[in-house]
Design a protein around this ligand. Structure first.
Ligand SMILES: Nc1ncnc2c1ncn2[C@@H]1O[C@H](COP(=O)(O)OP(=O)(O)OP(=O)(O)O)[C@@H](O)[C@H]1O
Ligand SMILES: [Mg+2]
Length: 425
C-alpha cells in the first residue's frame, strides 16, 4: 500500500521510521518531510492547507492511507475532505478534533460526560472575564480557547497577573485563538500523558509518557514545545491507568460517538494526578512531539496495519498494542536561541557515531545544505535511547548526545529527573 505522511518534525520522522518497517508498505510519501524522513520516504511538495491538492495527490498516487501528524490540518478539516472522497485517513475529523482545537469544547464535554477536570468558565470579553475571576482562588489558570502552539496558557499567581493576562489575550495577542478564553481552577499534582487509539468505538491503550516543557535544567525558563520525554511514565500505575480509561477516555469516546461526531485517531490525554485521582488537563488530537518518538521506539508491531485498522473502523479486531518493557528516553537538541528565534544554518555532524552506540536520532528541524546537515528550526534533533531503567536510558541517550557535534545547539542535561529521583530514592 502507498501511504502519505503529512508533517515534517521529529514526530513524523518516528512515524516514518515505523511505517517503513511494515511489510505492507509499498511507497511512503511525505510532505514536507525532512532529511531524516527522506531516509524512508519520497518527499513531495504538497501544502497540507491545500485540501484539493492533497486529494489530487492521493488519487494520482493510489494512496491507501493518509497519516496526519500535526494538529493544524486536523482542526482545519483535512480529514473530513479526504474521507468524503473515500480516502482512508488516520486522524480525527474537524468537529471531534475540537478536543484539541477548543479548550472550551473539551471542558463542556467533560461537564456533560461527568469527566474529572478543573472547574472552569468560558468567557468572551475582558469584562466578563474580570467578573468571573472572583469565583477562582489564586493561582488561576487562563487559557486562550484555540490553538496557540503551546503558548496560550498563563498561570497567574496574583490578581494583577491575571488582569494582565486577560488584557494580552483580549487585545488579540493570540489572534482568533484568544477571542474566547477559559478560566480554570489550578490543580496540583504530577503531570503524565496517556495515549489511546480509537476508531470511535473500540479503545486501545498506546502507553504513557512524561515530557519536559521548560527550556532549562530543573524545569526553569520559558515553555517550549518539549525538551525531552520518556515512556512509560511509571507514576501512572496500572490502577491509575484503568481509572483514566474508565473515567476519562471511555466517556469521551462514547459521548462524541453518541453525539454523532465519533473521534478516530490517537487521543492524547494530558493528566494531572491529583490527591483526588487523575483529572484531565487537556486533550491533543495527535501524537505528542517528542512523546511519539519514545512511544514508537517502544512499539513492537505493524504500524501500517494498526493505523489502517483505526482509519477503517476495525480497531476491535486488533489485539492489544505491544510496547517494549524497556524505558525509552529522548533528549531534544535545540538551536541556540530557542524557544525565541533559533539560530539557523549551524552544521551538525556525528549522527552515525551516536547511532553506532545504539541510539536512534530522529530529525526534527534539520535541512540538507549542499550535502551538509544543518539546523533549520528550533528543535533540531531527538536523540533517543532505551534502557532497563530511566537512569540507564538517560545515560545511553546522553552518551549519544555527546557523540554529536552541533556547536550552535544545546540540550537539557536532566531529562528523566523525576523518575530517576524515584528510582534512586
Ligand atoms: N488547571 C490547571 N491546573 C494546573 N496546571 C495547569 C492547568 N491547566 C494547564 N496547566 C499547566 O499548563 C500546561 C499547558 O496547559 P494545556 O496542556 O492545557 O495547554 P496546551 O497549550 O494545549 O499544551 P500542549 O502544548 O501540551 O498541548 C499544562 O501542561 C500544565 O502544566
Ligand atoms: Mg494541547
Amino acid at each position: 500500500m502507498n501511504i502519505l505522511l503529512l508533517g515534517g518534525g521529529g514526530r513524523e520522522h518516528a512515524l516514518a521510521w515505523k511505517l517503513a518497517q511494515s511489510p505492507s508498505l509499498e511507497t511512503l510519501y511525505a510532505a514536507p518531510g525532512n532529511p531524516g524522513i527522506a531516509q524512508h520516504a519520497t518527499l513531495v511538495d504538497l501544502d497540507a492547507a491545500d485540501h484539493r491538492a492533497v486529494l489530487d495527490f492521493c488519487i494520482r498516487h493510489s494512496i491507501g492511507l493518509v497519516v496526519i501528524g500535526p494538529e493544524a490540518p486536523l482542526v482545519d478539516g483535512l480529514a473530513d475532505n479526504l474521507r468524503t472522497m473515500g480516502v482512508s485517513v488516520f486522524g480525527p475529523n474537524k468537529k471531534p478534533a475540537q478536543l484539541e482545537g477548543s479548550k472550551g469544547f473539551t471542558k463542556d464535554l467533560c461537564r456533560r460526560a461527568n469527566i474529572p477536570t478543573a472547574a472552569y468558565v468560558r468567557v468572551t470579553s475582558k469584562d466578563g472575564a474580570v467578573a468571573a475571576l472572583d469565583d477562582f482562588a489564586l493561582p488561576v489558570v487562563i487559557k486562550a480557547d484555540g490553538l496557540a502552539a503551546g503558548k496560550g496558557v498563563i498561570i497567574a499567581e496574583t490578581r494583577d497577573d491575571a488582569l494582565e493576562a486577560l488584557d494580552t489575550m483580549f487585545s488579540g495577542a493570540f489572534g482568533a485563538a484568544g477571542e474566547e478564553v477559559v478560566l480554570e481552577e489550578f490543580m496540583t499534582g504530577e503531570e503524565a500523558s496517556f495515549f489511546a487509539l480509537t476508531d470511535g468505538s473500540a479503545i486501545l491503550p498506546f502507553g504513557s509518557a512524561q515530557d519536559h516543557k521548560r527550556v532549562g535544567d530543573g524545569d526553569t525558563g520559558p515553555n517550549t514545545g518539549g525538551m525531552g520525554a520518556y515512556s512509560p511514565a511509571r507514576v501512572l500505575t496500572p490502577d491509575l491507568e484503568a481509572q483514566v480509561i474508565e473515567r476519562i477516555v471511555k466517556p469521551t469516546v462514547d459521548t462524541l460517538a453518541a453525539e454523532g461526531i465519533p473521534y478516530s485517531g490517537i487521543l492524547y490525554a494530558g493528566l494531572m494526578l491529583t490527591s483526588e485521582g487523575p483529572k484531565l488537563i487537556e486533550y491533543n488530537a495527535r501524537f505528542g512531539d517528542p512523546e511519539c518518538q519514545v512511544l514508537m521506539t517502544r512499539f513492537d508491531g505493524d504500524l501500517v496495519e494498526l493505523l489502517l485498522a483505526v482509519a477503517q473502523g476495525r480497531l476491535a479486531e486488533q489485539g492489544p498494542v505491544t510496547l517494549a518493557e524497556r524505558t525509552a528516553l529522548t533528549v531534544v537538541m535545540a538551536a541556540n536561541g530557542y524557544p525565541g528565534t533559533p539560530e539557523k544554518g549551524g552544521a551538525i555532524t556525528g549522527l552515525a557515531a551516536a547511532e553506532a552506540q545504539g541510539a536512534k536520532v530522529f530529525h526534527a528541524g534539520t535541512a540538507d545544505k549542499d550535502g551538509t546537515l544543518v539546523a533549520h528550526g528550533g528543535r533540531v534533533l531527538n536523540v533517543t535511547a532505551t534502557g532497563d531503567s530511566v537512569q540507564a536510558a538517560q545515560a545511553a541517550a546522553y552518551a549519544a548526545v555527546d557523540a554529536i557535534d552541533f556547536p550552535t545547539g544545546f540540550c537539557r542535561r536532566d531529562i528523566g529527573w523525576r523518575e530517576i529521583a524515584r528510582e534512586t530514592a
